[in-house]
Design a protein around this ligand. Structure first.
Ligand code: ATP
Length: 456
């Protein structure tokens, strides 16, 4: 059976196994409607990002895949969706009001402000003014070394609730507390066997001193968190199992490469005060090796605090045996935007076709914003357009995320679909009208084959 053209032969492949440059990815995201600066039309708003039609598809698929892996495919996980604005007592009990601080330092020459522990590698978030000054670091903005004292800056966003401006509340800086505050509700309504986990996805807000690196560090972002409740005697076993699950998810569901994923066993002095063990899972982004997610053993710190502050008993009573204790918790915590960025960096590739550079996103069928693109070979032939519309409608009903493209010539359409990661392009031509077959063109190999419509 005939193919439309066989002109697309990949001549040279580069960049496929190395990490793409950040500017290329940012530019693709903007150009193709994945991610834009928040409030772009008014000159932007630092630390905020808006997802466009393509980006929202990708982000949603990543979040759905996480939910499927951790909640739907397991029998020991339960979901919640808690309010973003919570009783301020939550943040007093959790220690956030007192200690959710970042070390703020100001350049006395240009008056730019920075987070002292992120200005260079290897600086602890507990760095003192003396230690920081002794490092003689140059201001990233003006190059001078005249620094202020270090101040502790609380990263929670304040708001007021109702008509009283003094009725202060906070936008949640993590989704975790919405899980802990519902632990008892879950136990009393679902009666889960221990160990069990509660999962939540949703927005979190941190008033970052210097948001940076595209969507890597922003002031408004989304988290996917699990609090896994265990008998304290078996925490190590569950920690290892959850850690293995994180690797499996990242490699086999998200398509990240094993060699770009690294574990950092966070030393005691850098761990959050409540954590007995923390492993940061880092990823080789084009901006460097940075934290993608963390998994922490939070002991009974949170449930213990809630028990003390609320006066309500948080003990779990083991069925039958009567053993009772406040469960300990292991928390795998993932930032959605950091995962979106890792997926995009892994998928981004460039090659050369007939001497011309081609950009493509090698996203899996499960994650690609569109699974198929349907087009008529020529848009001014009503019989082709009609047939293509029929195929488009059928596939949309079946798969949902199918796109239509009849702009420019067929080569240009392929390039556009390559750039947004569409795995297959389906083209309806004159042969289709005769034998009900279409051309299916593969994004990665550019190979084309004839397939019966009924077999699509
Ligand atoms: P960092 O050291 O990079 O500030 P963190 O250790 O404070 O991160 P956690 O409090 O452990 O981060 O939050 C869990 C996850 O939430 C992180 O691993 C990351 O994926 C994500 N995250 C945290 N802060 C941000 C942010 N400002 N922007 C985007 N994602 C974030």
């Amino acid at each position: 059976m005939p193919c439309i053209t066989d002109e697309y032969k990949i001549e040279k492949c580069y960049n496929l196994d190395t990490m793409a440059k950040m500017e290329d990815i940012v530019s693709l995201c903007k150009r193709r409607g994945f991610i834009w600066q928040g409030s772009d039309v008014y000159g932007g708003m630092a630390g905020t990002w808006d997802f466009g039609p393509l980006g929202v598809n990708l982000k949603k698929k990543i979040m759905d895949a996480w939910w499927q892996y951790w909640v739907e495919e397991r029998e020991d996980m339960y979901g919640v969706d808690a309010a973003i604005i919570m009783n301020p007592q939550v943040w007093r009990a959790s220690g956030h009001t007192e200690t959710f601080n970042d070390p703020l330092v100001e350049c006395k020459e240009c008056h730019n402000r920075f987070r002292a522990d992120k200005i260079a590698d290897g600086i602890s978030e507990h760095v003192t003014t003396e230690e920081f000054h002794a490092l003689n670091i140059k201001c990233p903005n003006c190059g001078k070394t005249n620094w202020s004292e270090i101040k502790q800056f609380n990263g929670m966003f304040k708001t007021s609730v109702g008509t009283d401006p003094d009725n202060i509340a906070y936008l949640r800086p993590e989704t975790a507390q919405g899980i802990f505050t519902n632990y008892k509700n879950v136990v009393d309504t679902i009666y889960p066997d221990l160990p069990f986990g509660i999962a939540q996805q949703g927005k979190a807000f941190r008033n970052e001193i210097s948001p940076r690196d595209f969507i890597f560090r922003s002031r408004e972002f989304s988290q996917m968190e699990i609090e896994y409740f265990v008998d304290p005697e078996s925490w190590e076993e569950h920690f290892e199992k959850l850690l293995a699950g994180c690797h499996d998810f990242l490699e086999n569901r998200m398509g990240l490469k094993k060699e770009n994923i690294h574990e950092l066993d966070v030393p005691a002095e850098d761990r959050a005060h409540y954590s007995k063990r923390t492993i940061d899972i880092e990823f080789d982004y084009p901006i460097g090796r940075e934290e993608l997610m963390g998994i922490a053993y939070r002991t009974d710190f949170d449930l213990g605090n809630i028990q003390r502050e609320s006066g309500k008993n948080m003990e779990y009573i083991v069925k039958g045996g009567g053993k009772r204790f406040v469960p300990h918790v292991i928390e795998p915590s993932m930032g959605v935007e950091r995962l979106v960025m890792a997926v995009l960096c892994t998928a981004y590739a460039e090659d050369e076709i007939n001497g011309e550079k081609r950009i493509l996103l090698k996203l899996s069928e499960e994650l690609a914003p569109y699974r198929f693109c349907v087009s008529p070979l020529l848009k001014n032939k009503p019989e082709l357009v009609k047939k293509a519309q029929e195929v488009y409608a059928t596939l949309r009903k079946k798969y949902g995320n199918v796109t239509w493209d009849d702009s420019g010539n067929i080569g240009k359409r392929y390039r556009k679909q390559d750039e947004i990661g569409t795995p297959k392009c389906i083209v309806i031509d004159f042969d289709t009208l005769e034998d009900d077959t279409v051309t299916v063109r593969d994004r990665d190999t550019t190979k084309q084959e004839r397939v019966k419509i009924s077999e699509l």
